[in-house]
Design a protein around this ligand. Sequence first.
Ligand code: UFG
Length: 330
Amino acid sequence: MTILVLGGAGYIGSHTVYELIDAGEDVVIADNLQTGYMGAVHPKARFYKGDIRDEQFLDNLFNKEKIGAVIHFAANSLVGESMIDPLKYYDNNIYGTMVLLKSMVKNGIDKIVFSSTAATYGEPENTPILETDKTEPTNTYGETKLSMEKMFKWVSKVHGLRYVSLRYFNACGAHISGKIGEAHIPETHLIPLILQVPNGQREFIGIFGDDYNTPDGTCIRDYIHVTDLAQAHILAVKYLNDGHESNIFNLGNGVGFSVKEVIEVARKVTGHAIPARVSERRAGDPAVLIASSDKAKKILDWKPEHASLEEIIETAWNWHKNHPRGYSSK
Ligand code: UFG
């Protein structure tokens, strides 16, 4: 069976392709290369440049390749940007998914695993967060992902297509080989920004607020290694292939680290003092986001293998120190 990975040149997509190919799967990638990189494309995957909003492109691809399941990463994913340009998120995430589903239904492709997010919950009502907790996004990004989930639900009811939605918490780290890693322009995520300090690209890391209701006053997040996320996608495809019903799973380690704790671990890993300065809170940041991933562990048999924050930051540092400008140069 061939697996189509949409957005397979992006951060989480490329790591998933590496795991799929390691597991012996035949992989086709489609990516518009707006935020993805050819350097992240696995040499053994067949690559098609194109956009999921282009129905003809998708129809041609489904005609040419015998696709058994789709893994869909092709979306915009920056909370801040989604509050500056919300319609970009409606266009790519919701309209793009609508065109994709239209083409899948037309071409008889009936299994899909896709990226959702902790941002679907908004301010959590419980810690750790369960899949059954209320979903009230506080930003456009989370709203578009929740709308995508609902689109899948109704298309599934009517057309019989089955889906797995994976709600990631904070994806981080890099492939153990050091060949691929995180490369966003502009970078907004905490760990790669911290590592720009020992890499000589930034003088200090800004801490967005230290007056939250947490033990050290800084925000707490659940950091999950990108390769563990990748493994969950493989298990989700297997789950659908085994004939199970559509489902939604959180993916996190179930352990929270504050911004200050993350900086401290990065100091230990890099041996650099990494100066930090407290600045204003960033709009829309919940104080604490920690996942319960018991459901994924029980039903998918998912076992995160790189759960220590030290190991996560070590793999990220191994990538960033050797690729200070991401895929643009060494
Ligand atoms: N932070 C800083 N300084 C920085 C950058 C981030 O203090 O320079 C803080 C943020 O305020 C936040 C934490 O570090 O408290 C983590 O921030 P990230 O931007 O790395 O990640 P987010 O938690 O904001 O976002 C992640 C994913 C999103 C997803 C969201 C769910 O990247 O895709 O979790 O809330 F939507």
